[in-house]
Design a protein around this ligand. Structure first.
Ligand code: G6P
Ligand code: MN
Length: 439
C-alpha cells in the first residue's frame, strides 16, 4: 500500500531535513505523497516550493502538496510527523526571558518556560489528535512538538484513541556522540536508558560481547583520565561545548549513570542562570541563525529553481523520526527510546504516567523493555518532576489556576511558592489568547 505522510508544522525550519530523509527512504516507506500542513501561509508556500524542487531532483515520482486545512491534509494519511510551535519563536523568546526577571532559569522545555510552552501547545495538539481520529484514525502520529513530557501525558488522557508516539532527538543525539567518543559505530552498541522526556539517564552501553562502555566512561571521568566528553564529530554549535562540561560534573557528583544533558537545568539551575542573557536568549539565537539561514536558503533555491548546490540535507533529527516510521511500516521492531505509558516498565514507578524508555517499535507501536527497579535518587527526582507534569496537564485541561500554581511550586527549578506565583502571573499576562482561561 502506497503511503501518504503529512508533516504538521510543515513550515518549520526542521522540515528540509525530515523531508530529505523521507525521500531517501521512500522505498522502505512505499512513499507516494508528502503533504505539508501549517497555519502560516507565507512560510508554508516557501517550504512547499522548496520541497517540490528537492523532490523533482531526488525522487520525481513523489507527490508534494501543501495547504492550511487539516481535513485536506489528514484524509488518507498513514503517518503524521508533528512539529508545531504555537506562538512561534516570539513566544519562545518570552518563555525564556520572563523567568529570568525572577532569577529563574529561562528554557523552552524545562522550568516555567516549558510550562508556558505546554499551556500553548497542549490545546493545539488535542485539536490535531481529534482531527486524526476523525479523518485518518489508523494513522500513526509521531510527535516532535515540545514539551513532549506534558504533551504525551495530555494526549493519553484527552484523546486516548489516537495512535501517538512522542519522540525526542536528544537521547539519540547523545547516543551518537557517545558512540563517537568510544570509537564505535552506533549500530554496534545497545543503550540502556530510563527517565522522563528531557529528564533521563543512560545506565549501560554495551556491545555484542556485553562489555559496558558506560562504566568505562564513568570510571574515566571519576579518575580524571577522561577529561572531555565532547565527541570528535560534534555537529552542534558552540552553545553545546559547555554542556559537555556540565555532563562531566554531573557524573563526578553522581557517578551511577550518564545523564541526559537537560538534567543540568534541574541539578544546577544556579550555574545555568549565569549562562543566560536576559537580552539575548536561545530563541534570539535560533531566529538569527537556523531559522534565518534555512528560509534564506529555501528562497535562494526557489529563485534559482535548482537545488544542486544546496547544503540543506538529512540530519540525525530527520533520520530518527523517519526511522521510527520505517520500523512501524515494516514491523521491524527496531529499538528506539520513546515516550510510552509506564505500565510496569519501571517497576517501582507510577503505572499510569508516561515514561521515556527503550522500546521495540513495530506495526502495533512501541513495546517497552522491562527496566525494573530504579534507584531512590533518580526515582525521587522523577516523582517530583512527574508530579509537576501531571498537575500542569490537569491545570491546562481543567483551566485550574490552583493546579497551575501547585505544578510550578513543585517544579525543581523554582525554589518556593512565592516565586511560582510571580512567574505564573507574569506568564499568564504574556500569553493572553494562547493559555487556557485559568480560573
Ligand atoms: C533538542 C531537543 C528538542 C529541542 C531542541 C531545541 O534537540 O531534543 O526537543 O526542540 O533541542 O533546539 P534549539 O536549537 O531550537 O534550541
Ligand atoms: Mn526533545
Amino acid at each position: 500500500m502506497k503511503k501518504k505522510i503529512v508533516i504538521v508544522g510543515g513550515a518549520s525550519s526542521f522540515t528540509p531535513g525530515i523531508f530529505k530523509s523521507l525521500l531517501v527512504n521512500r522505498k522502505d516507506l512505499s512513499l507516494e505523497e508528502v503533504y505539508l500542513q501549517d497555519i502560516d501561509e507565507e512560510k508554508l508556500n516557501i517550504m512547499g516550493q522548496f520541497c517540490q524542487i528537492m523532490a523533482k531532483k531526488h525522487a520525481p515520482s513523489i507527490k508534494v502538496n501543501w495547504g492550511l486545512e487539516r481535513k485536506d491534509a489528514f484524509m488518507n494519511a498513514d503517518f503524521l510527523l508533528v512539529q508545531i510551535r504555537p506562538g512561534g519563536l516570539k513566544q519562545r523568546e518570552l518563555d525564556e526571558k520572563i523567568p529570568l526577571q525572577f532569577d529563574l532559569i529561562g528554557q523552552e522545555t524545562c522550568g516555567p518556560g516549558g510550562f508556558a510552552f505546554a499551556m500553548r501547545t497542549i490545546p493545539a495538539m488535542i485539536e490535531i489528535a481529534k482531527d486524526v481520529v476523525k479523518y485518518c484514525p489508523d494513522a500513526w502520529v509521531l510527535n516532535y512538538s515540545n514539551p513532549e513530557a506534558m504533551i504525551s501525558e495530555a494526549l493519553m488522557r484527552a484523546v486516548p484513541e489516537a495512535k501517538v508516539m512522542c519522540l525526542c532527538d536528544m537521547p539519540i543525539g547523545q547516543e551518537l556522540g557517545l558512540a563517537n567518543l568510544i570509537g564505535k559505530e552506533h549500530h554496534e552498541l545497545t543503550f540502556d536508558y530510563y527517565g522522563l522526556n528531557h529528564f533521563g539517564w543512560f545506565t549501560k552501553i554495551y556491545d555484542k560481547n556485553g562489555h559496558d562502555y558506560a562504566q568505562d566512561i564513568i570510571q574515566g571521568v571519576k579518575s580524571g583520565q577522561l577529561n572531555d566528553l565532547k565527541p570528535e564529530e560534534s555537529a552542534r554549535d558552540e552553545y553545546w561545548d559547555d554542556v559537555f562540561e556540565r555532563i562531566m560534573k554531573m557524573i563526578e557528583f553522581f557517578p551511577d549513570a550518564i545523564p541526559l544533558t537537560y538534567l543540568q537545568y534541574y541539578l544546577f539551575p544556579d550555574d545555568m542562570l549565569k549562562t543566560m542573557d536576559p537580552n539575548y536568549s536561545r530563541a534570539n539565537y535560533v531566529m538569527d541563525t537556523r531559522h534565518k539561514d534555512v528560509f534564506e536558503e529555501c528562497k535562494r533555491v526557489i529563485r534559482n529553481n535548482s537545488i544542486d548546490d544546496s547544503e540543506l540535507d538529512t540530519n540525525a533529527h530527520g533520520d530518527y523520526i523517519v526511522g521510527v516510521a520505517i520500523s512501524i511500516a515494516n514491523d521491524l521492531k527496531n529499538r528506539y527510546i520513546v515516550n510510552v505509558p509506564n505500565y510496569g516498565s519501571i517497576s517501582n514507578f507510577r503505572d499510569d504516567v508516561i515514561v521515556e524508555v527503550p522500546c521495540y517499535v513495530g506495526a502495533n507501536g512501541p513495546d517497552a523493555i522491562a527496566v525494573g527497579e530504579i534507584p531512590d535518587f533518580q526515582k525521587s527526582l522523577m516523582e517530583i518532576e512527574k508530579g509537576y507534569e501531571v498537575l500542569a496537564v490537569e491545570a491546562c485541561l481543567e483551566g485550574s489556576y490552583e493546579k497551575a500554581l501547585k505544578a510550578l511550586t513543585l517544579n525543581l527549578t523554582i525554589p518556593n511558592a512565592n516565586k511560582a506565583k510571580l512567574v505564573l502571573d507574569a506568564l499568564i499576562e504574556a500569553n493572553q489568547g494562547y493559555f487556557p482561561d485559568f480560573k
